[in-house]
Design a protein around this ligand. Sequence first.
Ligand code: LMR
Length: 394
Amino acid sequence: MLGQLKPQPEDAIIELMGRFKADPRPDKVDLGVGVYRNAAGETPVMRAIKAAERALWDSETSKSYTALAGDAGFHNAMADLVLADSVESTRIAAAATVGGTGALHIALELVKDAAPNATVWASNPTWPNHPPIIKRTGLRFAEYRYFDADARAVDFGAMMADLQTAQAGDIVLLHGCCHNPTGANLTLPEWQQVAALLTERGLIPLIDIAYQGFGDGLTEDAAGTRLIAAQCPEVLIAASCSKNFGVYRERAGVLLAIAADGPTRNVTQANLTALNRLNYSFPPDHGARLVTNVLNDPALRADWEAELEGIRTSMLSLRTQLADELRRLTGSDRFGFLAQHRGMFSRLGATPEQVVALREDHGIYMVGDSRMNIAGLSTDTVPLVAAAIAQTGI
Ligand code: LMR
């Protein structure tokens, strides 16, 4: 049987991690996988998470199962973080999941059960894992244009034109903030127009929010999601704690499903619980519990918010430093978009050959579509990276 299996292509982002590790050059720069790194190149455990972990070690008396949909305290804390008071809590069903990817998976299975003929629309480009996850559920997949590669900005007209062709009941996958891979995001008035189009055409938003707090701030980054939640009768939200709580390997995420009314919410909750049971029985609890304890403890929360804000502003200053350095070296403003984009990523606009040249000639690693992880830079490496970009003729 196993001999019938087809070879699988390696995941482009994860494969790059391996190549970087194997590169012996001491001055190599990793701008690949979306993991935050500080100036020393480390991905530290956040202070508040470490403190919550110590407290949990002291207070936790059992590792017995929690609930199939995960701990209700985690649902509530995450619903509050993402949605604040944009929607009545009686309309929100929730499931703790295996990271944000687990939340997407459960969301799509829910769609498959409720609306097997729906098409799921994703932005072109999107996170490379989105299309295969969608296709694997057997749901139809379509793309809407999103990015103007020349302007390195959102092509909002094209996005709206494509979404006009979606059928009532179709699912529209949106990045809540910090678009991956482009770094180009919708403005609030654009979110408003998207919300109007979704409601008017009966389309259902599925919002992937994996970088809340990495763009313009915790509240600002959730503004689009909250606006949609306040206006659309049904919304699915896959939220990840990997990045903003730095708990990558704990796999903490949540699916929030907003239903039109309380009774539908209850049926939705029963379905989410059943889907968790079918997929992995109980979701992991450790990371989710740390996140809950940080969010519910005022001192830990304040410290977490301060550290997250430090991460956000350090990425912003790296963006500005790189854009300034490139302006100086090239005598042009064509890299000004780097300072305008938000979140961990920007798409540089290099050809695949230039991406290879940056890697082979300069030890600078970025994803093949020239997505670069800004957090992989440091004030020391920005001049080197800028010089290499200028030299490569991008
Ligand atoms: C990324 O886009 O680099 C991250 O979300 C990590 C991953 O799993 O791809």
